[in-house]
Ligand binder design. Structure first.
Ligand code: RP5
Length: 166
């Protein structure tokens, strides 16, 4: 049974949504992944959002671009956390997607990550699940430690070779 529902408005969103899936896989979190357009197939979308709770999904990660209603409409229906990923767009640089997703009216929150912020969406979903999962919390702490060590290794190399040879 999937714990996280990843849903995107179009297959053109896949490169960004894949980063969320990569993080979930790295942390051993089960997920399902769907392409569902709230605008182009509203009936399919409503079926998805209405059945997510009974399918035991705990968090939805929804990514969309332009007039990006998919995350907000998920949040309107699904009673547990929804994380929104605004897609970069060629016309407005993703500000259209960002504003559409982040500017939710009071009462229907969407936890919005950065434009194209797929990895952080995966991490945020993991952190939400870690509230009631000690093993997952340990993996997240290890993830943070590995990140710190990676920065320290870069600095150590900089000190060793100097910026011109870095
Ligand atoms: C949105 O419209 C999708 O989420 C996508 O980001 C954007 C463009 O979709 P395509 O025209 O590439 O299918 O629904």
């Amino acid at each position: 049974m999937a714990q996280v529902g990843i849903v995107m408005g179009s297959d053109s969103d896949m490169p960004v949504m894949a980063k969320a899936a990569d993080v979930l896989e790295e942390l051993g979190i089960s997920y399902e992944m769907k392409i569902i357009s709230a605008h182009r197939e509203p009936d399919v979308f409503f079926e998805y959002a209405n059945t997510a709770e009974e399918r035991e999904i705990k968090v939805i990660i929804a990514g969309a671009g332009m007039a990006a209603h998919l995350p907000g409409m998920c949040a309107a229906i699904f009673p547990m956390p929804v994380i929104g990923i605004p897609m970069h767009t060629t016309s407005l640089g993703g500000r259209d997607s960002l504003y559409s997703i982040v500017q939710m009216p009071s009462g229907i929150p969407v936890a919005t990550v950065a434009i194209n912020g797929g990895a952080n969406a995966g991490l945020l979903a993991a952190k939400i699940l870690s509230v009631s999962d000690g093993d997952l919390l340990k993996k997240l702490k290890d993830y943070s430690t590995a990140m710190k060590e990676s920065v320290q290794a870069k600095d150590a190399r900089l000190q060793e070779v100097g910026y011109r040879n870095y």
